[in-house]
Design a protein around this ligand. Structure first.
Ligand code: F6P
Length: 307
């Protein structure tokens, strides 16, 4: 996200546009937590994880009065345009600000990869690489101990982190919202891989929010399979870390496009990368686009990894 912020500020500067940074998202916007962009060293921020402009959850932004007050904070400083970086909640907020007269452009910023108007969201590739690294390390210890591991990854309803990390790690099973499996079915795969096929370990990657209690799942699968199994969540470590080069490039290109759109006088647009091209889609359309169903891919990958 820092790369997007830097590109936005630098490209705006080049176009003679004065920039500010809103700290902590919509919460900071409402509170007037807005600083001059020169106050943050964005050049050195591009190799850092997290976000130098901070983030927050602010469901209060759904309230029209709160949004009016947020707009007043912008008006006070003579700010007429806003670039928002976030997931679908942020997109909804951006659309509503656009409707009350703030020129707004949205960039996809979430590790979940669930903004359909872009092939990649900012944060996704870095999180994916973190997961792949983590799963590799867990595989090492499972191989040593002749065990199975059930690894829960983030995604908030989207199975992309689970599915694509399973491809990259050769996980024996991936379970997503589109491709659900019961504890008994998971046990059967583990038994087949370790007892029948003689593997030293079996890795099962699951999307979050499918199994409410990992300890219960671990016990059930261990008992049913008769194989020592550990279940763990990779948790918030997935949301930090040095951004990948791929991510830095896409975030920078999308940031530049955001300013290009504002310079053209456009608003209410979502920037994305689709089939290698940086694109703009009306936010409302972006929010309504259906997500690709990846059931068939999950089924195919599971078969290949279990062969
Ligand atoms: O939307 C990003 C995300 O990391 C999801 O993958 C996850 O479900 C959620 O945020 C976690 O949110 P919080 O940090 O507020 O618990």
């Amino acid at each position: 996200m820092n790369n997007a912020v830097r590109a936005i500020v630098q490209h705006a500067k080049q176009n003679g546009i004065k920039t500010f940074l809103v700290l902590e998202g919509y919460k900071g916007l409402h509170a007037g937590n807005i600083i001059n962009s020169e106050k943050i060293d964005l050049d050195s921020a591009i190799s850092r994880g997290g976000t130098v402009i901070y983030s927050s959850r602010f469901p209060e932004f759904k309230d029209p009065q709160i949004r009016k007050e947020a707009k007043a904070q912008l008006d006070k400083l003579g700010i007429d345009s806003l670039v928002v970086i976030g997931g679908d909640g942020s997109y909804q907020g951006a659309q509503l600000l656009h409707e009350i007269g703030v020129k707004t452009i949205a960039l996809p910023g979430t590790i979940d990869n669930d903004i359909t108007s872009s092939d990649f969201t900012i944060g996704y590739d870095t999180a994916l690489n973190t997961i792949v690294d983590g799963v590799g390390k867990i595989r090492d210890t499972m191989n040593s101990h002749n065990r199975a591991a059930i690894i829960e990854v983030m995604g908030h309803g989207s199975g992309d982190l689970a599915l694509f990390s399973a491809i990259a790690t050769g996980a024996e099973l991936v379970v997503t919202n589109e491709f659900k499996k019961t504890p008994s079915e998971i046990s059967e795969v583990i038994v087949d891989q370790i007892k029948n096929k003689g593997k030293r370990s079996a890795i099962v990657i699951i999307s979050e929010m499918i199994f409410p209690d990992l300890k219960i799942l671990q016990k059930e699968v261990s008992e049913k399979s008769g194989i020592s199994t550990r279940a763990m969540s990779l948790g918030h470590l997935q949301r930090g870390g040095v951004p990948t080069a791929f991510e830095r490039i896409n975030a920078s290109l999308m940031g530049i496009k955001a300013i290009d759109e504002l310079v053209e006088g456009n608003s209410g647009l979502a920037i994305g990368v689709l089939k290698g091209k940086v694109t703009s889609t009306p936010i409302l359309e972006a929010l309504a686009l259906p997500r690709e169903n990846r059931y068939a891919l999950a089924e195919k990958i599971n078969k290949i990894n279990q062969a």
